[in-house]
Design a protein around this ligand. Structure first.
Ligand code: WQD
Length: 343
């Protein structure tokens, strides 16, 4: 009997790629999503890749009654919780929406798990919790610094809520995954990043500029203390990231660890600058990108990249895709969207 996994936010960018990998690994997946930042057509893309159309319920994780009914009708072995508001800039302007959505959603799920025999929850966290690192690469023992945005603060608080609930004796386990910068798209071109409105993140803005949707990319600062003056990030392929979730849920459900809460940094271990990424895009696409250097973006940190040894050695997962292939997958996806007249 296939183990049943609830994926909240499963029609989103990282969620949809994770659903495909879970299905490929033989799990039965049910998706809930309120479609506030994703499109239900993603289910077609998932089905085209895996051959299995996951069960989907349009649902908001802040609606505890709806969740209660869902848990009564299904016996989930585990949860992967992606559903959250995630735009750093927006969170500065709408903090209460972010605190309500991101905290109440998690609390609802945790409250329902024990009575419904759900063994564990994999939580989608972010390297944002580290703030500006004192040194790079950064491992899981690095200090958690005051968050630079309400979004980042909700991730820090979420992690503490999980730790405190498990420490209180709750009969559940958790694996917290701190993502660095997820980019790229599924090589099939059937699913990828679908930013609604003007992209906040770098790579979708690059590909939309490359295809002509955006006039020009603004590079937020080249006066940082880095080799080429632009910020450095650890850009990780979204399919690599999705595969890490399968390894994590298997580890948790097979009780492979004494620790009831484990934390892993998910990155490549290599930093790349904004200007380097632009050069890679131009190389793989053959397109000369129109960009200009502008002032720094408030809240940006200068440089951060992962020390992924713990994920490599304990979780048994390593990022495999090259930056070139990853950028090429993002470009391929952008071209597919344009062919379909979607963007
Ligand atoms: C990367 C670099 C920008 C856009 C955030 C969240 C993180 C995760 C990913 C949710 C920065 C520069 C960007 C542009 C630019 N979000 N940039 N021009 O800020 O590292 O991470 O998004 O899970 O939690 O913190 O990602 O892609 O926005 O920016 O120059 O139009 O690209 O200044 O240096 P970021 P990003």
């Amino acid at each position: 009997m296939a183990q049943k996994i609830l994926v909240t936010g499963g029609t989103g960018y990282i969620g949809s790629h994770t659903v495909v990998e879970l299905q490929n690994a033989g799990f039965e997946v049910i998706i809930i999503d309120n479609l506030s930042n994703s499109n239900v057509d993603v289910l077609d893309g998932i089905a085209k890749i895996s051959g299995i159309r996951p069960l989907f319920y349009e649902m908001d994780c802040t609606d505890k009654n709806a969740l209660e009914l869902l848990f009564k009708e299904n016996s989930f072995d585990g949860i992967i919780h992606f559903a959250a508001s995630k735009a750093v800039g927006e969170s500065v302007h709408k903090p209460l929406m972010y605190y309500r959505n991101n905290l109440v959603s998690l609390i609802n799920l945790l409250e329902l798990m024990p009575d419904n025999n759900v063994k564990g929850i994999v939580f989608s966290s972010s390297c944002t919790v580290y703030g500006e690192p004192d040194k790079n690469p950064i491992d899981e023992n690095a200090p958690i610094k005051p968050a630079a945005s309400p979004y980042g603060n909700t991730k820090q608080i979420n992690e503490e809520i999980i730790q405190d609930f498990v420490h209180s004796g709750a009969p559940i386990k958790s694996i917290i995954l701190r993502y660095f910068n997820p980019i790229g798209a599924h090589p099939s071109g059937e699913i990828g990043e679908l930013p609604i409105g003007v992209p906040q993140n770098l790579v979708p803005y690059i590909t939309q500029t490359g295809i002509g949707i955006r006039e020009q990319l603004s590079v937020f600062g080249n006066d940082y203390n880095t080799p080429d003056g632009s910020c450095i990030r650890d850009f990780i392929n979204v399919v690599d990231l999705a595969k890490a979730h399968v390894v994590a849920i298997e580890r948790m459900l097979q009780d492979k660890s004494e620790d009831r809460v484990e934390i892993f940094n998910l990155g490549t271990g290599k930093g790349a600058s904004v200007l380097e990424l632009i050069k890679i895009f131009e190389k793989v696409s053959g397109v000369s990108l129109n960009y200009k250097i502008v002032d720094r973006r408030e809240g940006d940190i200068e440089q951060i990249w992962a020390q992924p040894d713990k994920a490599n050695n304990v979780l048994g997962w390593t990022a495999k895709e090259s930056l070139e292939d990853t950028i090429a997958s993002a470009w391929n996806w952008q071209k597919r969207l344009s062919e379909k007249g979607i963007m």
